[in-house]
Write a protein that binds this ligand. Structure first.
Ligand code: GLV
Length: 329
């Protein structure tokens, strides 16, 4: 008998076809997401779940999963799943790293450029018919080239952002609990500094940390005050890394010059203060949203799920302690 898999939300069709060749598929072919009680009911009798970042697997939810062997998240971030609790229940958890690294870094840079050079304000200015004459200081913004780029979190995506910064001949600072490999520091010229130095010396601060208890509200009023008044904050990591209310106040009071924000504390809701401002570029959590990358993420997740169901080690296993030698613990 084929194993049973729940796909909680719409993914790319080829991923569903692949799954169907290996499993009985219960496909929620919708973008709405299931409420917690419905999610639990639909998981009942399944051995695998292909989930998305809007599906919350708290310890309480995980306590109630019977017979689930793997949760394959279609995202690199996995703060929606309590991996420690999943490990206690011997449920494998996988994510989709690497395939989205460059795509996400491209978008972080797009937000950085858009906020620095006021691209969205320019678009609205032209679109609304306000452009009547050339003016020496019309929509003047901040230079990007040769400025200082500060990166919090020098993992895969942080490094890819550093490479882009290098292309713009920027000086790169980074802050991370772990030092980046020497080859990365050499290639990008990135220098490991304290959080305080990064905040006070950078013209652009880009966030690439995972959401953890210690990174929640890592950027709040105090950190924003340490930044230059000309500086721009970019967040493509997770919304709660930034205190959104504090950011709205800092932008309104010109404590910093601008921001490019793709992720929010209570998605899809955005702090109303941010919606009133011209000096922030807002995007609906789309940093990894290129056609190729979202397809690859869908395929990677279902391949992880099928590997686990077939007793093979999933390529992107997060709780590696559940695997020893060539089998599950
Ligand atoms: C998207 O936010 C992801 O974590 O892949």
């Amino acid at each position: 008998m084929k194993p049973a898999v729940l796909v909680t939300k719409r993914i790319y069709p080829e991923a569903i076809e692949y799954l169907k060749a290996h499993a009985e598929v219960d496909y929620v072919n919708s973008d709405d997401g299931l409420p917690a009680d419905e999610l639990l009911a639909r998981i009942s009798g399944k051995q695998a779940v292909v989930s998305q970042l809007t599906d919350k697997f708290t310890p309480t939810v995980l306590d109630q999963l019977d017979g689930v062997r793997v949760i394959a998240n279609v995202a690199v971030g996995f703060d929606n799943i309590d991996v420690a609790a999943a490990t206690r229940h011997k449920i494998l958890v996988t994510n989709t790293p690497d395939v989205l690294t460059d795509t996400t870094a491209d978008f972080a840079f797009a937000l950085l450029m858009a906020a620095a050079r006021r691209v969205v304000e320019g678009h609205h200015f032209v679109h609304s018919g306000q452009w009547t004459k050339w003016r020496i200081d019309l929509l003047v913004g901040q230079d990007v080239h040769h400025r200082t780029l500060g990166i919090f979190g020098m993992g895969r995506i942080g490094q890819a952002v550093a490479r882009r910064g290098r292309g713009f001949e920027m000086r790169i600072l980074y802050h991370d609990a772990m030092r980046a490999p020497e080859a990365v520091e050499r290639e990008t010229g990135a220098e490991l500094v304290s959080a305080e130095r990064l905040l006070s010396e950078s013209d652009f601060v880009s966030l690439h940390v995972p959401l953890l208890p210690e990174t929640r509200h890592m950027i709040g009023a105090e950190q924003l005050r340490r930044m230059k008044p000309t500086a721009i904050l970019v967040n493509t990591s997770r919304g709660p890394v930034v205190d959104e209310a504090a950011l709205a106040t800092a932008l309104a009071e010109h404590v910093i010059a601008g921001a490019g924000i793709d992720v929010f504390e209570n998605e899809p809701r955005v702090h109303p203060g941010l919606l009133k401002l011209d000096n922030v570029v807002l995007a609906p959590h789309i940093a990894s949203a290129s056609v190729d990358t979202r397809r690859k993420m869908s395929m990677m997740a279902v391949e992880n799920a099928v590997a686990a169901l077939e007793g093979r080690r999933p390529a992107n296993l997060l709780n590696a302690e559940l695997w020893a030698g060539d089998g599950r613990v």
